[in-house]
Design a protein around this ligand. Sequence first.
Ligand code: SF4
Length: 90
Amino acid sequence: MSANFEGAVKTAEGVLFNGVICQPVVEKCEGCDRTKQFEDATYCGSYAQPAAKWALGACNFATHVKASLDKQGKVKLNPLKASKRAAKGR
Ligand code: SF4
């Protein structure tokens, strides 16, 4: 994984990184390989606003769950097996 919030600055609004304010990850991000620790909080390496990513369903970049919609149009999350995850990360 590349940049580890190198040069990031903590501000009142969130962490300023590459000109973008990053918000901490949400509960559903837990276990995702894209999360990154910066100082006392965890942020997403792919999205500045993880909460927005989950607001409309499931994050399509999540590495820990596979989201799909059921017939009612509700989001279904299927945890990915660790072995699958490792293979996918390559
Ligand atoms: S990629 Fe999605 S699930 Fe993973 S940390 Fe970022 S917002 Fe959360």
